[in-house]
Design a protein around this ligand. Structure first.
Ligand code: AMP
Ligand code: MG
Length: 371
């Protein structure tokens, strides 16, 4: 039941419409409630100094899949991981993968610009699920300069992954009412903390590559960063911009710009995957993997191929036995990584049904496929 504690007319309009969501002004009790919801795998929209975020437990893959579902994005974007103390940074990232010099720069930035509107891209801690980072081995981490955000994160005792709390394609929300009209009951709780102070997203700074650079300009000016760690590579040239646009982001050096498996991946619809592997393929060298979207398709595939005795070298994975897009999305990146680590040379992957999260899965399959 929505509790109407705000005075705005807009809230009253929505009051009777949504019934699984709460809209509460910021208070110790409402933040505690938010922390509990996050711990239980729910979604909480909360104010930060930049824009409102739609938060989920950064270690809970199902909760993270709900974030993508709520935003209705047709593709996966990496989320920003929010922390509330520098001491907890290593829960989210693995600093051992940084050179001594880069670690020094990181701490200079953190000491001077955190809390604040600066997200720093770092090698991720392996406990952060792939869906939080869209399969990347890096995570963008931020320490927001906002009391409510900090309290919420500390009370739930975990890191909170959050994109801006707006539906795909609409403006970032700077007031709780914007979140209500955009996402409505897709959040379990909206914490109303009034207008956000900065109203612009955080600056995203990648320090994992050979050159440190800004991937997205935002609330922390380039000058403030350069004063602390020296000149940054100019990310304004056309070639780089094209790269950022096409792939969503860049992370030179250490990591791939977006995750694509080393194996040749063939994205196939249900009918096509049931027929694989073809006679000629079966003789080919190397291990083959199948990544089915649902258990029914796998069963049908087994029925078709049992007479043909598929070779031992086939690995079979199912994203969701019951064909639930949320479950499938939550383990999608981990499954691909796992198959890649088992040295398969081919992956046959089944497209998801093409709506909602299925669309985001399919977008990723298309980008990774060679067919
Ligand atoms: P939002 O949370 O809506 O402000 O958007 C987060 C943005 O941060 C993404 O769209 C990326 O541009 C950037 N970002 C987050 N994580 C990473 C990462 N691991 N590598 C590069 N960019 C990232
Ligand atoms: Mg956004």
């Amino acid at each position: 039941m929505v509790k109407n504690t705000g005075s705005s007319l807009l809230i009253s309009v929505f009051f009777n419409y949504y019934n699984n969501m709460e809209f509460l002004p910021v208070s110790h009790e409402s933040i505690l409630k938010g922390a509990q919801i996050l711990k239980n795998g729910g979604l909480v929209a909360f104010p930060t100094e930049t824009v409102y975020g739609l938060g989920a437990d950064a270690f809970n893959p199902l909760a993270l899949a709900k974030v993508f579902e709520a935003k209705g994005r047709p593709h996966f974007d990496p989320l920003i991981i929010h922390i509330a103390a520098i001491e907890t940074l290593e829960k989210a990232v693995n600093l051992n993968l940084l050179s001594k010099e880069t670690r020094k720069k990181l701490f200079t930035l953190a000491e001077n610009l955190w809390p604040g509107p600066l997200s720093i891209v770092l090698p991720k801690n392996e406990k952060i699920p792939g869906i939080a980072t869209a399969g990347l081995q890096t995570a963008a981490v931020r320490f927001p300069d906002h009391e409510t955000a900090q309290k919420l994160i500390s009370l739930c005792g975990t890191a909170v992954a959050a994109p801006s709390a707006n539906p795909f394609g609409s403006l970032s929300p700077t007031r709780a009412e914007h979140v209500l009209s955009g996402l409505g009951e897709k959040a379990d709780l909206i914490l109303d903390g009034g207008s956000t102070r900065i109203g612009l997203e955080s600056t995203v700074l990648d320090i994992t590559g050979e050159c440190i650079r800004i991937l997205r300009p935002g609330g922390t000016p380039k000058d403030a960063i350069e004063k602390l760690i020296g000149a940054l590579q100019d990310s304004e040239n056309k070639e780089q911009r094209a790269n950022i646009n096409e792939q969503g982001l860049t992370s030179p050096g250490l990591l791939k710009s977006h995750y694509a498996p080393n194996a040749a991946l063939y994205a196939l619809n249900r009918e096509e995957i049931i027929k694989e592997p073809h006679e000629t393929e079966r003789e080919a060298a190397g291990k083959t993997a199948f990544m089915f979207f649902d258990g029914c398709t796998k069963d049908e595939w087994i029925a078709v191929h049992s007479a043909q005795k598929p070779p031992e070298t086939i690995i079979v994975k199912v994203l969701s036995e019951t064909g639930q897009p949320l479950e499938a999305a939550s383990c999608f990146f981990e499954t691909l990584h796992e198959l890649d680590n088992s040295n398969v040379s081919r992956i046959y992957a089944q497209f998801a049904p093409g709506q909602g999260l299925g669309e985001a899965i399919n977008d990723r399959l298309r980008r990774a496929s060679c067919n």
